[in-house]
Structure formats: structure tokens, C-alpha cells
Design a protein around this ligand. Structure first.
Ligand SMILES: Nc1ncnc2c1ncn2[C@@H]1O[C@H](COP(=O)(O)OP(=O)(O)OP(=O)(O)O)[C@@H](O)[C@H]1O
Length: 277
């Protein structure tokens, strides 16, 4: 027997062990990715049909095998269409894990980091907006390209300042509706439309602004800051998780942590750590 676990009728080698391990890791990653979304139920449905197909094939039920076989043959294509967002997120996390983004900067002759981004103006603007119950939605681009969403709004390419952020979200401003997108340490665009989450677990009390913030972070690695018009609460969203009603110090530290962490590994922006106020 060549393998580490000699079983009479099975030749189970190191390669098989690695194979099983990798498939386990892959399935676990898939589960983590789909957890909490309707896609998990769809995936379970597809897996059940596949298992049923294997059983009817093994028992020789020809008609059912044929029907399910037809279904399975289009299954791959259907899965790609059904799971486009999840596949996108998966590939994004693989890309980040392989640290390709880190080397991309010098490899393609681009600067590894953009102009420094300070979280101060965002924290200060969020505080003011919150005190006045003015809604806001600010998306910080990281490794994922937010250009397609920025293009849905009005291009600004402006220097970041608290005053500009307050002007944009002022209720009388023609730019206040929609999201602001921050890329490369600049306000790239305002009035942008971002994808709304379809996760049924998002509390019904949350309106479209918060759902949109969650939605963008489900399909990209952006960090999103939300100020609620209704309650004045300031929240952050990252990787599909909403961190609600944050005090200023926590808002600042989380922004510093998340943007600094990825700023070091992505080519989109570097960040000046901010001391707590
Ligand atoms: N897909 C979207 N992309 C960008 N902005 C959006 C999107 N959907 C809603 N918004 C913004 O959210 C506003 C509506 O917020 P709504 O009151 O429904 O949400 P909410 O989560 O309850 O927020 P709030 O607590 O501020 O009321 C819109 O006027 C718009 O500015």
C-alpha cells in the first residue's frame, strides 16, 4: 500500500488526503460566503438534487436519471447566473488572500499607495450630520473597484474636507441623494446608486440607505459609513456586517483599523492613523 491509511480495497494516499482537505476547506469557505443569504437555501437545493441524481442513477431508474441528468447539465450555468454576487465575493477574497493586490502596484508600474487618507474629516462630518439628523452614505473603496458605482452618480474628484461632506449631504443640496464614493484619498463621486442587500436577515426596521450600505459590502470589500436621518445613529458596514450606533471613538478606531489594514495591502489608498479625539 502506498498511502498512509492502507485499506484493503481503497488506495488512500497523501494526494487523496490533501484532496479531501482542500474540498473541505472549499466547502467551508462556500458555506461562510453563503451563510445568512437566500443563496444558501438555493445551494442546498441544488446539492440535494445532485445527491438524488446520484441515487437514482445508482439504482438504475432510467427515466428519472434522464430528467435529473438534463437538469444537472444546465445546473453549472444556472449556478453561475444565480451566484454571480457570491462568486464575485469569493474570487475577491481569493485575490486578496494571494496578496496579488499587494504586488500589483509595482508589477504594473502603478504607485503602491495613493495620497494619504485621513479619517478625521469623515468622523467630524458624521458627528455634525448625526446631530442635525441628516442622512449620509459614504463608501470607502479598497481593493474592489467602485468605478461602476461611481459612474452612476456625479463625478467630483475633490479633495476631502468636512465642509465639502456637509455641503454634499445638506438636505437642500442637489447632490445629497445617494452615496458618496471615496477612492484614492479623494471624493470620487456623489449621488451614486449602490446595490441593495437582498439578505432576508437584515432587520425590517432598516430602510434602503442601510440596506444599500450592506449590499455594497456583500459584493465588494468597501467600508461604508451610514448616518441615519431618522435616529442620527452613525453606523459602519464591512463585509456585510452592520456595526450600529457607534460612539465617535469607536467609529474613529474602526475606520483606522479597517482602512489602515487594507490600505497597507491595497493600491487604492494609504491612511494616516488618527488619534482618538
Ligand atoms: N441603492 C441606493 N444607493 C444609494 N443611496 C440609496 C440607495 N437606496 C437608498 N439610498 C439613500 O437612502 C435614502 C432613503 O433612505 P431610507 O429612509 O429609506 O433608509 P433608512 O435606512 O431608513 O435610513 P434613515 O435611517 O436615514 O431613514 C434615499 O433618499 C437615498 O439617499
Amino acid at each position: 500500500m502506498s498511502g498512509p491509511f492502507p485499506i484493503d480495497f481503497l488506495r488512500f494516499g497523501w494526494i487523496d488526503a490533501a484532496d479531501v482537505l482542500l474540498v473541505t476547506v472549499l466547502l467551508y469557505q462556500l458555506y461562510k460566503l453563503l451563510r445568512g443569504s437566500v443563496a444558501l437555501n438555493v445551494a442546498l437545493g441544488l446539492i440535494s438534487i445532485y445527491l438524488l441524481y446520484l441515487v437514482v442513477k445508482a439504482t438504475g431508474m432510467e427515466l428519472l436519471t434522464k430528467i435529473l441528468g438534463q437538469f444537472m447539465s444546465v445546473g453549472v450555468l444556472a449556478s453561475i447566473i444565480l451566484f454571480q454576487q457570491e462568486i464575485r465575493r469569493f474570487l475577491l477574497s481569493v485575490g486578496k488572500a494571494t496578496a496579488l493586490e499587494r504586488v500589483r502596484g509595482w508589477k504594473w508600474g502603478r504607485p503602491a499607495v495613493g495620497p494619504p487618507l485621513s479619517v478625521g474629516p469623515f468622523v467630524e462630518a458624521a458627528k455634525s450630520l448625526s446631530n442635525k439628523y441628516t442622512g449620509a452614505l459614504i463608501c470607502f473603496a479598497q481593493a474592489s473597484d467602485l468605478t461602476p458605482f461611481a459612474e452612476s452618480g456625479d463625478r467630483l474628484d475633490a479633495e476631502i474636507s468636512k465642509r465639502l461632506l456637509l455641503s454634499i449631504f445638506n438636505k437642500t443640496s442637489p447632490l445629497h441623494d445617494g452615496a458618496v464614493i471615496v477612492t484614492n484619498g479623494r471624493i470620487q463621486a456623489a449621488r451614486c446608486i449602490i446595490p441593495v442587500s437582498e439578505n432576508p436577515d437584515v432587520p425590517a426596521a432598516l430602510g434602503l440607505r442601510h440596506r444599500a450600505a450592506i449590499g455594497l459590502t456583500e459584493v465588494t470589500d468597501a467600508v461604508v459609513l451610514v448616518v441615519s436621518e431618522e435616529t442620527g445613529a452613525i453606523s459602519l458596514v464591512y463585509h456585510g456586517t452592520l456595526y450600529r450606533d457607534l460612539p465617535t471613538a469607536e467609529l474613529r478606531s474602526r475606520l483606522n483599523e479597517w482602512l489602515l489594514k487594507s490600505g497597507a495591502s491595497s493600491s487604492t489608498a494609504s491612511l494616516k492613523p488618527e488619534a482618538a479625539a
